[in-house]
Design a protein around this ligand. Structure first.
Ligand SMILES: [Zn+2]
Length: 282
């Protein structure tokens, strides 16, 4: 079966209209498990579903761009669901799709196929499951790695899903580990860039501010729910062991240089504020 033939079968694939995480087909729950959680939201007008076919008919499409050599961004325009920019890590040993858009089309398939074998698909956290089963199906049932700690948020368990716990290398130069925080299984990928420097794909476990001069940490971004000082210290200590120069989140956020130091400095600032050290300034 050619890739485009596989794609033709995706039109009736159901996704949540708000977060664009896939459910596949009926029966559907009363409300999306992702959106009902306190980290997201359900529209006042109520739960709504759509399909990949309807999104394509409405003019949504994927947009592929090179973020840096060996790293592609795959977004959607107009934005679908949460609007993440998926990342394709290209290596000599196979490629990894990290965070999956809620849409698939010929442009995305062609872009991925032209870069070589897709070795695995992994989401940084449940908001980023997107239509991962469709990408897997198109690319020879590539394994879909799902953090076991968050598996209760996985609406569609495709046969290619593999639950995982322990830090490991997916392919040489792409190391995965769970840092927790935003979700218990929140995952980062440490990639060796084409220039030999470390690149951290952080989902929204670590979130760059404007111009990538600082980062922050939250349990919920839409609802502005913070994490504790202890959790942010734990995350900063864990990623300190990973050597990286640049950091990308799951949107357009990037820390273009000195990212390891930026994370440590920002964690320290965060901890001071949530611990009341600067309450005299408020
Ligand atoms: Zn949803």
């Amino acid at each position: 079966m050619s890739e485009s033939t596989a794609l033709l079968r995706t039109a009736d694939h159901v996704v949540c209209a708000t977060c664009a995480v896939e459910y596949g087909r009926e029966p559907l729950p009363d409300v999306c498990v992702i959106c009902a959680d306190e980290r997201q939201w359900v529209p006042r007008s109520g739960q709504a579903w759509t399909t990949v076919g309807r999104l394509l008919e409405a003019g949504h499409r994927t947009v592929v761009e090179e973020l840096e050599p060996g790293l592609l961004g795959i977004g959607t325009e107009p934005s679908v669901g949460i609007g993440q920019i998926g990342k394709l890590v290209v290596t000599d040993h196979g490629n990894v799709l990290f965070d999956v858009p809620g849409l698939i089309d010929d442009d995305a398939v062609d872009a991925i196929a032209s870069r070589g074998r897709l070795a695995a698909i992994v989401a940084s956290h449940p908001h980023m499951y997107g239509v991962q089963s469709l990408y897997s199906r198109v690319f020879a049932d590539a394994p879909i790695l799902v953090a076991r700690a968050d598996a209760s948020f996985l609406p569609l368990r495709a046969p290619a899903v593999r639950l995982w716990d322990e830090a490991h290398e997916i392919v040489p130069d792409v190391h995965l580990e769970q840092i927790g925080g935003h979700f218990p299984g929140s995952t980062v990928a440490l990639v060796t860039g084409v220039d030999g420097q470390g690149v951290l794909l952080a989902g929204d476990g670590i979130f760059p501010g404007p111009e990538g001069r600082t980062v922050s940490f939250l349990r919920s971004y839409p609802n502005r729910i913070p994490l504790s000082a202890a959790v942010v210290r734990r995350i900063a200590d864990q990623v300190e062991r990973l050597e990286f120069e640049r950091l990308y989140n799951n949107f357009r956020g990037v820390v273009p240089e000195g990212a390891g130091e930026v994370v440590e400095r920002s964690a320290q600032r965060y901890i001071e504020w949530v611990s009341g050290e600067h309450d005299d300034l408020t």
